[in-house]
Design a protein around this ligand. Structure first.
Ligand SMILES: [Fe+2]
Ligand SMILES: [Fe+2]
Length: 462
C-alpha cells in the first residue's frame, strides 16, 4: 500500500500565526484510523504529533460514468476525512521538516514524503511570496504554476476561484475511477498545487493565505436562478471553509458568517476579505447583481471589522487580498461595490447608489497605509497605483477573460501597466525593509511576444 492509496492529497499548510504555529493538513479516505506527523529541524525529524480528525462534508463523486448530475443531491457524497496536525511553539524563521504517516485499523502504515517549510520570520527579515488566483482546472495553469513553484515562495496569497464547482470532488483532487472531463484530467486544484517535481515548491512547503471567490460557494446554482440568488439561506461556503478551517475557526458557513480574517507575516499584515458578486444577468436589470455575504461598506460587519483591524495594525506593510477587483478595465467593476436598489425611473432596472470602493475601501486603505490590494476574477494582468495604494490583478494564469480595451473603472484611473499578450505570474520579495514585485511571462502565445521567464513588469511597493 502506498501513501496515495489512503490519502487524496499530500500535506498542505495553513496558519493564522505563521511565525509560531503551523497547521499541516491532509485529505484522505475514511479508512485512515490514525495519522501522525513527525517533525524536526532536519530531515531526521525526531518529534511526533497525532493529527486531529475531521469529516469533510459536501464533496460528491459523479452519479454517472459520463458526468455529474446537475442536482448535487443526486450525486453520491464521498466520505472524506481531514487530519490536521497543529504544530505549535515554533521559532520565527526556523525551518521545519516534516512527514505525515497514515495508519489503518489493522495497523498498516504508509509514509508520505519529507517536506519542509519556514516559519514566518521576525519583522525586518527577508521573505518572498507569490500572487495567485483563478486556476479553475484550466490546463495552461499547470504550466504557469510549475514556473511559479520553481521560485519557491515562502507563502502564497490566493485570491479565490480555486475550482469551478465546489461540490465536484474532482475539481479539488483526483479520485481514482471517478469521471472527469477529458481536458481537466490532472488539473484538479491539489494536483496542480502539489506538484513537487523539478524543484517545484508549492502547498507542501508554503502556507496558502486564501480568500473565497465566486466559485467557492457550495452550490453555484444560485447563479442561474433569480429567485434562489435572492434567498440568502441558500448560500454557504462550507466546503471551502472546511478545507481551509484554520482561517475560519468558528465555522460560520452561511450568509451572515465571518468569511474574513487577518494575520501577520514578518512585518506584513494581511487582511483576507470576502468580496464576491453574484452576476448571472445584466447588472442593471432587476434584481441586479448582489454581493454575497453583504457589501463591504462602513456599516457592515466585514467593513467595521476591516476598519478596526487596519487601524489597529502597526505592521510596516499592510496588504489586502479579495476576489473581486476594485480597479479593472471592463464591465465587471462598473456596478459599484454595494447591493442593488430599485431604479426610481424604471422598475425593471436597478441602480447601485453607494460607491463602497471609492468612498469607503480606498480612503480606508490610503488612511491606514495599505500598500497593496490583490484580487482576481477577470483573469488579466493589470495594476494601478492610486494615492500610494497598489491595486494588482495578476490573474492571467490559464485563460484571459478581461477586456484590455474596456471602459475604465469608476475611479477614472488608467492602469500603470496591463499585459494581456501572454500568461504571467507575480512574485514579491521583501529584503526586510522594501517590497519589490516582479511579474514574469509564463507563455509564448500565437502572437509570438517575448519568452518564458522574462520579467515584463518590475516595481517597488512602498
Ligand atoms: Fe471569479
Ligand atoms: Fe475566475
Amino acid at each position: 500500500m502506498k501513501y496515495l492509496d489512503l490519502a487524496y492529497t499530500k500535506p498542505y499548510l495553513m496558519s493564522l500565526n505563521p511565525g509560531r504555529e503551523m497547521d499541516v493538513a491532509i485529505l484522505g479516505r475514511p479508512e485512515i484510523a490514525r495519522a501522525f506527523a513527525e517533525f524536526g529541524a532536519s530531515p531526521a525529524l525526531g518529534r511526533a504529533l497525532d493529527g486531529e480528525r475531521f469529516d469533510i462534508r459536501g464533496l460528491r463523486t459523479p452519479a454517472r460514468g459520463d458526468g455529474y448530475d446537475p442536482v448535487p443531491e443526486n450525486n453520491p457524497e464521498l466520505p472524506v476525512v481531514q487530519f490536521v496536525f497543529h504544530l505549535t511553539g515554533l521559532t520565527p524563521g526556523e525551518r521545519v521538516f516534516y512527514r505525515v504517516t497514515l495508519e489503518t485499523a489493522d495497523g498498516t502504515r504508509v509514509e508520505g514524503g519529507i517536506y519542509d517549510f519556514r516559519a514566518a520570520p521576525e519583522a525586518g527579515q527577508p521573505f518572498t511570496f507569490a500572487l495567485m488566483s483563478d486556476l479553475q482546472l484550466f490546463r495552461p495553469c499547470d504550466h504557469t504554476i510549475h514556473q511559479l513553484g520553481r521560485r519557491a515562495p515562502d507563502f502564497i496569497l490566493f485570491a479565490g476561484d480555486m475550482i469551478n464547482v465546489a461540490w465536484h470532488v474532482g475539481d479539488w483532487f483526483t479520485v481514482p475511477g471517478a469521471w472527469q472531463p477529458e481536458k481537466m484530467i490532472g488539473m484538479s486544484f491539489f494536483d496542480i498545487m502539489q506538484r513537487d517535481d523539478d524543484g517545484v515548491r508549492l502547498m507542501q512547503y508554503a502556507p496558502v493565505f486564501p480568500c473565497p471567490g465566486n466559485h467557492e460557494t457550495d452550490d453555484n446554482r444560485v447563479e442561474g436562478n433569480r429567485q434562489w440568488a435572492l434567498e440568502f439561506d441558500r448560500y454557504s461556503w462550507r466546503i471551502y471553509m472546511q478545507i481551509w478551517r484554520a482561517y475560519y475557526p468558528d465555522g460560520e458557513y452561511g450568509w451572515h458568517g465571518k468569511h474574513w480574517y487577518s494575520l501577520d507575516y514578518a512585518n506584513m499584515h494581511i487582511d483576507s476579505l470576502m468580496v464576491v458578486r453574484c452576476n448571472p444577468w445584466d447588472p442593471y436589470e432587476a434584481p441586479g447583481t448582489i454581493l454575497r455575504g453583504g457589501e463591504p461598506g462602513p456599516d457592515t460587519p466585514q467593513g467595521r471589522w476591516l476598519a478596526e483591524d487596519l487601524r489597529a495594525s502597526k505592521s510596516r506593510f499592510k496588504w489586502v487580498v479579495m476576489h473581486w477587483h476594485m480597479m479593472n478595465r471592463g464591465d465587471d467593476t462598473q456596478p459599484l461595490l454595494c447591493q442593488p436598489a430599485p431604479d426610481p425611473a424604471d422598475p425593471a432596472r436597478v441602480i447601485y447608489p453607494v460607491d463602497n470602493a471609492g468612498r469607503f475601501l480606498h480612503p480606508l486603505f490610503a488612511e491606514t497605509g495599505v500598500c497593496a490590494v490583490n484580487y482576481g476574477h477577470s483573469h488579466v494582468y493589470e495594476r494601478y497605483l492610486i494615492d500610494g495604494v497598489n491595486y494588482i490583478e495578476a490573474a492571467y494564469m490559464g485563460v484571459k477573460y478581461g477586456k484590455p480595451d474596456g471602459q475604465v473603472n469608476p475611479s477614472g484611473v488608467y492602469p500603470v501597466n496591463q499585459q494581456h499578450d501572454f500568461r504571467s505570474y507575480l512574485i514579491v520579495s521583501c529584503d526586510g525593509e522594501h517590497l519589490r514585485a516582479k511579474a514574469y511571462q509564463a507563455s509564448v502565445e500565437p502572437n509570438g511576444y517575448g519568452y518564458e521567464g522574462r520579467v515584463f513588469d518590475c516595481f517597488d511597493i512602498r
